[in-house]
Write a protein that binds this ligand. Structure first.
Ligand code: ADP
Ligand code: MG
Length: 695
C-alpha cells in the first residue's frame, strides 16, 4: 500500500513529538493523515460580518485588538475583543477553566471564531467559541480560496498542531507524494457511480479549488467510506457463516403443543414469517445470527419462546438474556406461564439472588436439568456453565455491548443467536450498522388494538390531564405516571417522582398509588410492579424503570412528565406500555413551558406518528447520527466523513456496489480487485476491534 503505510514522523513539519500527538488522535500513518478530514471550510461566503449577525451560529473573521483576564471572583472571565473587516466589534468570552486559552491571543492576530452570538446592551459576544488562528488567510481568501480548518483538541494544540500547521504538513505531503496515493476502488465502480479519482479527491478535500470540486471530493470519500464499511459487515457475516451450529428438528412435540394449545391467540403474519426464518436458519447446520426487529407490542416474546422450544424439543438448553432485573422477572413469569404446561423447567438467574438459590440453578444448568434460563448479564459470568446451550435469545439487544453479547455466545458450542430489538432502525442505519446480521421484520401488531391517542400538554393545561386520569380510573382502568431518570444515581429526578407520588396519593384517595424507582431494592420494585399488574394498585408513579417490557393490558393512560427530556424513540417505547388491551388508550406528554422550539417539533411528531419505524426515521433526522451510530461500542470503525442521515443516497449506492461486487467476485480474487483487497484488509479488517470475535 506504498504511501498509505508510511509513518508520519519524518514528514516535513512533524517530528517525534507531533507524531505522538497525532497518534493519540488516531493518526498513525500517511493514510490516516490524508484521511484527517477538515471539520469546516472558510471562504468568503461562509463568513458573517458583525453587522450582519442575527443570533444564529456564525463564523466571524477578524483581528484581535485586546485580550485579557477580567477578574471578579467567581465570575472571572477571559475576554478577547475582535474587530472584523467591516469594522464591527465583538467580544469572545471564556468563563472558568480558561487557563488553556489565556496566552493564545495577542493584538493583531487574525482569527476565525465560530459560535452562537448573543447581544447584550448593544454589544455582541460569543461565549466559549471555537476558534482557528489564521494570519495568512486574509489575502488568500480575497483571491477566492477555500481554506480547510481541522479538528482540534488539547493534545493536538499542545503539539502546535493548529489548523494552520496541519494544513502545511498535508500540503507538503501532497506536493511531494500526491501521485503515490494508491487507487483503492476499481475502475468499474468509479465509472458506474461517476466518482472523482481517489488521489484527486484526497487533494481536493484539503485544498479545494472551488465549491463544486469540494463537493465531488466529499461525495467520493463518503462513498468510499460507506462502501468499505458495508463490505466489512459482509465480510464479518461471511466469516460467521462458516461456523457450525447444532442442527435442530423444528417439528418437535412441545413446539407444536405451544402453538396449537397453549397460546390463546393465533400468530400474526409477521410472527409466522419470523418463525419461518428461524426454522430455516437452525436447520442449516450453521450458527444462526438473526435480528428480529418489531415495534413494542408486536409480540416478539412469543417468537423467542417458540425458538427456545426448538432447542428444548431436541433435549438442549436455551438462554434468554434481558438488560434489567425487573424485565428479567417479568419475562421469567411470562415464560413460566407459557412453558410450565409443557413440562419445561425454566429458571431465573439474576445478580440479587441468594447464594443457595444461585448454586442450585447453576448446578441445574451444568447438569442439564434446567431447560431454559432467563436472566440479566449475570448469565455470562464465568461461573455459569451449561450442559449444552444451543440457542441464546438476547432481548432489547441494543442495550448490550457487543462484548457482553459475545460472552454469552461464547458459553456454548456456537449457540444460535436470536437478537431482538423494539427500536426499529432506519434503513440507512440498518445497512451500516447491522449489515452483518440476517434480519426479520415484524411489521404488524396483533389485531384488535386501537392506536393510542397522544397529546402534548403544557403546564397551563395540566388540569385536562388530571380530568382524563380521573375519568379512566373511574372506568376501572389503570394509569402510569412516568418521570425521567437520566442517570440511575440522579437524586433530583427521584425527588420529582417522590413529590409526584405524594400528590397523586392525595388526588386519588379512592385508589391505590405506588412508587417504583431505580434505587429501590429489587424485591420492593417487584412487589410494586406485581401489585400493579394484579390491579391492587391503580396509579403507578415511576421513574423510567418501566421503559421496557412491562405488560399490563388494563392500563390505558401513560402520563410522561418532562417529556422534552426524552428522545422520540424512547417516548415511543414508553407509550407502548399502554394500548395493549382492547380499550382506547392515551398518552399525555407533559412538557414544561420552557421547552425549545426543537423539542416542540419533536414531541408533535409523536402526536401524528404511531408507527415505530417512521418515528425512528424522524428521530434520526432530528437528532443526527451521533446518538444512534455508537460505533465505538460496536467495535466498528467510526465514520469520518459520511453522515447516514444526510447521505442516505450514498449509503444506498455503496450498498448496491457492494452487492454487485460480492456477486461478481465474492472472495476478491480478480486481478483488478487486488489493490482494493489489500486496502480493505489492511485498513478495515485488521483494524476491527474484537467485533468479529465478539460474534
Ligand atoms: P414485544 O416484546 O414485541 O413488545 P410482547 O411479546 O411483550 O411484545 O407482546 C405484547 C402483548 O401482545 C403480550 O400481551 C402478548 O401476550 C400479546 N400478543 C403477542 N402475540 C399476539 C398475537 N398474535 N395475538 C394477540 N396478542 C398477542
Ligand atoms: Mg419484549
Amino acid at each position: 500500500m506504498g504511501l498509505f503505510e508510511e509513518g508520519i514522523q519524518f514528514l516535513k513539519g512533524v517530528g517525534p513529538y507531533r507524531a505522538a500527538a497525532f497518534n493519540e488522535s488516531g493518526v498513525a500513518n500517511c493514510h490516516d493523515l490524508l484521511h484527517f478530514f477538515p471539520r469546516r471550510y472558510l471562504d468568503n461566503s461562509s463568513i458573517t460580518r458583525v453587522s450582519q449577525l442575527n443570533g444564529e451560529p456564525a463564523t466571524i473573521v477578524g483581528t484581535v485588538i485586546a485580550a485579557g483576564e477580567v477578574l471578579g471572583g467567581r465570575r472571572s472571565r477571559y475576554e478577547v475583543t475582535v474587530r472584523d473587516d467591516g469594522m464591527g466589534r465583538i467580544n469572545m468570552i471564556w468563563f472558568h477553566g480558561y487557563g488553556w486559552v489565556k496566552n493564545r491571543f495577542s493584538p493583531r492576530d487574525r482569527v476565525a471564531f465560530h459560535g452562537r452570538p448573543n447581544r447584550f446592551n448593544g454589544q455582541w459576544s460569543m461565549v466559549h467559541p471555537e476558534f482557528d488562528k489564521l494570519d495568512e488567510v486574509g489575502p488568500q481568501l480575497s483571491t477566492g480560496r477555500i481554506i480547510a480548518l481541522y479538528p482540534g483538541g488539547i493534545k493536538l494544540d499542545r503539539a502546535g498542531l493548529t489548523s494552520r500547521t496541519v494544513r502545511r504538513i498535508i500540503y507538503e505531503l501532497i506536493k511531494a507524494r500526491g501521485w503515490d496515493i494508491p487507487q483503492v476502488l476499481p475502475a468499474w465502480i468509479q465509472t458506474e457511480y461517476d466518482l472523482m479519482e481517489g488521489h484527486v479527491a484526497l487533494r481536493a478535500i484539503h485544498f479545494p479549488k472551488n465549491q463544486s470540486e469540494l463537493h465531488r471530493a466529499r461525495t467520493r470519500l463518503k462513498f468510499e467510506e460507506l462502501f468499505f464499511l458495508q463490505l466489512l459487515l459482509k465480510h464479518i457475516q461471511k466469516k460467521r457463516k462458516l461456523r457450525l451450529g447444532v442442527k435442530l428438528t423444528v417439528e418437535g412435540a412441545k413446539l407444536k403443543q405451544f402453538i396449537m394449545e397453549v397460546l390463546p391467540f393465533t400468530l400474526t403474519e409477521g410472527q409466522r414469517a419470523a418463525l419461518r426464518d428461524i426454522k430455516k436458519d437452525v436447520q442449516e447446520g450453521r450458527q444462526m445470527h438473526r435480528l428480529i426487529q418489531g415495534d413494542v407490542g408486536s409480540g416478539k416474546t412469543v417468537v423467542a419462546v417458540a425458538a427456545l422450544l426448538m432447542a428444548v424439543d431436541d433435549g438442549f438448553q436455551g438462554a434468554f438474556m434481558v438488560p434489567t432485573e425487573v424485565l428479567a422477572e417479568q419475562q421469567y413469569k411470562s415464560l413460566v406461564n407459557y412453558l410450565e404446561p409443557l413440562g419445561v423447567n425454566v429458571r431465573l438467574l439474576v445478580g440479587s439472588q441468594r447464594t443457595k438459590e444461585r448454586r442450585d440453578i447453576l448446578s441445574g444448568l451444568s447438569q442439564g436439568t434446567v431447560d431454559i434460563v432467563v436472566g440479566t448479564h449475570a448469565l455470562f459470568q464465568e461461573s455459569v456453565k451449561f450442559k449444552q446451550l444451543v440457542l441464546a435469545v438476547i432481548d432489547e439487544q441494543h442495550r448490550f455491548g457487543v462484548r457482553q453479547r459475545g460472552e454469552l455466545l461464547a458459553k456454548g458450542n456456537n449457540p444460535h443467536a436470536l437478537l431482538m430489538t423494539a427500536t426499529p432502525i432506519p434503513r440507512s442505519l440498518a445497512l451500516t450498522r447491522y449489515g452483518d446480521l440476517d434480519i426479520s421484520l415484524i411489521k404488524d401488531l396483533p389485531g384488535g388494538r386501537r392506536p393510542i391517542r397522544t397529546r402534548l400538554r403544557s403546564e397551563k393545561r395540566r388540569g385536562e390531564m388530571h380530568d382524563l386520569v380521573s375519568k379512566e380510573l373511574a372506568k376501572g382502568h389503570q394509569v402510569y405516571i412516568v418521570y425521567p431518570q437520566v442517570e440511575e444515581s440522579e437524586m433530583t429526578d427521584l425527588k420529582d417522582a417522590q413529590r409526584g407520588f405524594e400528590e397523586w396519593k392525595k388526588r386519588c384517595p379512592n385508589f391505590r398509588t405506588a412508587l417504583v424507582h431505580g434505587q429501590m431494592p429489587a424485591d420492593e420494585k417487584e412487589r410494586a410492579m406485581n401489585d400493579f399488574k394484579a390491579n391492587l394498585v391503580q396509579v403507578l408513579v415511576a421513574t423510567t424503570v418501566i421503559e421496557v417490557g412491562v405488560d399490563t393490558p388494563n392500563a390505558t393512560v401513560m402520563v410522561i412528565e418532562h417529556a422534552e427530556r426524552f428522545g422520540l424513540s424512547q417516548l415511543h417505547q414508553m407509550r407502548g406500555r399502554v394500548g395493549r388491551g382492547t380499550a382506547q388508550s392515551y398518552c399525555i406528554l407533559m412538557a414544561s413551558y420552557a421547552k425549545s422550539a426543537e423539542a416542540k417539533v419533536r414531541l408533535r411528531a409523536l402526536e401524528r406518528i404511531t408507527d415505530g419505524f417512521k418515528i425512528s426515521d424522524e428521530d434520526l433526522r432530528l437528532r443526527g447520527q451521533g446518538e444512534f451510530f455508537g460505533t465505538r461500542q460496536s467495535g466498528l470503525p467510526d465514520l469520518r466523513i459520511a453522515d447516514i442521515v444526510e447521505d442516505q443516497t450514498i449509503v444506498e449506492q455503496a450498498n448496491s456496489a457492494v452487492a454487485t461486487l460480492v456477486a461478481r467476485d465474492a472472495d476478491l480474487e480478480d486481478a483488478d480487485h487486488q489493490p482494493m483487497r489489500q486496502y480493505f484488509e489492511q485498513f478495515y479488517v485488521a483494524r476491527l476491534e474484537g467485533f468479529a470475535k465478539a460474534g
